[in-house]
Design a protein. Sequence first.
Length: 141
Amino acid sequence: MKRMIVVDGTFLKAKFKGSLLGSSTQDGDFHLYPLAFEILDSENDDFWIWFLRGLKIVIPNGEDLVFVSDCSLSVAKTLSTIYPLTHHGICRVHLLKNIKSQFGKKCLISSIQVVVDAYTQFEFHDIFQAAALATTMKNSY
């Protein structure tokens, strides 16, 4: 198993209302594996605390563990208390959708799509500086 866990919640809209929280991971061959799920009345801080405490029984806290989620403040806050040693990243799909809905600028989206694929902080800074330089040169003509 890769030391990366994706967590997310979704609304149930059919016969049974409520929310579904879930977590999954990948192996080295990019096969997906569900780790845990929970069906509940609504997605909130208390349910994320309960869900992540249960997950922690199976997946221990560690500096080499990364969580990926949407931009939910509830998830970020809960991860910082239940899994304080781990890293937390935001899903690129959710990030780009939020930026597009907030700012709606296509040039901003294309610039961000390039930098969100960086795997290290140094790579991010290199890509970001190159994109900023290209934008500056483009705007000066």
